[in-house]
Design a protein. Sequence first.
Length: 119
Amino acid sequence: MQQIQLPPLVDGQIYLHGRINKHGDVEHTVLVAVNDKRLPRDLQREWAKSVGGVLYNRIDALVMYNEHLELVKPEAYWTDDDVEWDPAYAWCQYFSHGDQIIIHKSAELRAVAVSRFTI
């Protein structure tokens, strides 16, 4: 069986997952930081950029829920995914019970920053 070559990580980073993108390349996702300060989503996006990442998406959130639950509190965390039918809302991940729901972007939630890259 062929294995994916894991990329080198910087101290404090945690490898979350790799997936094959539409071009056939392996896209790696690495956890950069967790922000337990509650902020509106736009401010959490700014925070993620300030630590060298982006907010994680709904797929990353499911991986975290299933494989890295110890890294977050049993609270709600923003994702970077907008709600397609209402731009005032975005998706969040509840780590207390695993639900992903939509909530107004002005709500103050925690956040996870990730880095994505191909090698």
